[in-house]
Write a protein that binds this ligand. Structure first.
Ligand code: FAD
Length: 267
């Protein structure tokens, strides 16, 4: 859609020249999908040529501007186990080919929708977000803590998400994925991922809740213990409620999937 309040497009932005009314532009799939009455300038991040996917000794760095298509087509090193999980999360996108090819991993996190599958992926794989800001300052925080509510994240005005780092320990772990939506190509109503660690397993709950909820369990944790921990961690107001699913159903899916994942990872 035309954004008729936007008067300037900055194709090669100076990232430190942030003004009121600015918006970072990544794939634009959300920005151009609805009115943005407060936006005056669009600062294009995609021209900064951040390398999309960099394998390091300690893991993988995904640039915020890496597209869903690039991530999906990428072949992981042979010793990593998470290629199927990457594909499952990309497939969890309710996306036409236009969105698939333009939407970015960083844009998905910064959009901060409960059903953001890149939020699910990076949170579940113990990701760390690299956040940069105007005065050359940098900070890092867990991907699981980046989104704090429906369409709300931790970035301050003028800050941008530069990259997400996933550690090797998570990239070589066993994982279990469960997802449900109201219809085949619907937005996720619940998306849960389990990941093994040497001492136990980690459960990441997304889509059914307004922001990710992450819990760790020992391999001995029983079905009632997991169920109780999930219910304790999610107060009534944290269950997400919209046309893609009512809270009661999302709660039911979450508890069912948590148990399936427990059985799969502790078998
Ligand atoms: C038909 C349709 C279906 C969709 N389905 C889904 C879905 O299933 N799940 C889902 O989560 N979303 C969905 N979306 C929303 C959107 O397409 C995705 O969230 C997408 O990943 C956004 O990425 P983008 O690169 O296009 O971001 P943009 O639209 O460019 O930006 C999104 C927001 O993030 C900010 N931003 C982008 N990159 C950065 C950065 N690096 N640092 C700081 N801020 C940044 C922008 O300023 C903007 O506020 C859908 C949209 C449409 C139109």
């Amino acid at each position: 859609m035309d954004l008729n309040t936007v008067s300037e497009f900055v194709p090669h932005p100076d990232l430190r020249d942030w003004r009121e009314g600015d918006a970072w532009l990544a794939g634009g799939t959300w920005l151009f999908s609805e009115p943005q009455p407060t936006v005056r300038r669009l600062l294009d991040l995609t021209t900064l040529n951040w390398p999309a996917l960099v394998v390091r000794d300690d893991g993988l760095e995904i640039a915020a501007t890496c597209t869903i298509a690039e991530l999906y087509e990428w072949r992981t090193p042979d010793t990593w186990t998470i290629e199927p999980l990457i594909k499952q999360c990309c497939d969890a996108f309710l996306a036409s080919f236009k969105i698939w090819n333009e939407a970015t991993v960083g844009g998905n996190l910064c959009n901060a929708l409960p059903a953001g599958p890149m939020i699910s992926l990076t949170a579940a794989l113990d990701g760390t977000c690299l956040i940069q800001g105007e005065s050359n300052n940098e900070r890092r925080l867990k991907a699981a803590d980046f989104v704090v509510g429906d369409n709300r994240h931790v970035l301050r005005p003028g800050e941008w998400l530069r990259a997400i780092h996933l550690p090797t320990s998570a990239l070589t772990a066993r994982t279990a994925f469960r997802r449900q939506s109201l219809n085949t190509y619907g937005r996720s109503a619940a998306l849960l991922i389990g990941r093994t660690d040497p001492d136990g397993w980690t459960l990441t709950i997304t889509a059914s809740v307004k922001h990710p909820v992450q819990l760790t369990f020992s391999y001995e944790a029983s079905e009632p213990e997991v169920r109780e921990a999930v219910l304790d961690a999610i107060p009534d107001e944290l269950w997400h409620d919209d046309v893609h699913g009512r809270p009661t159903w999302r709660r039911h899916l979450t508890l069912t999937f948590a148990e399936e994942i427990r059985q799969e990872l502790t078998a």
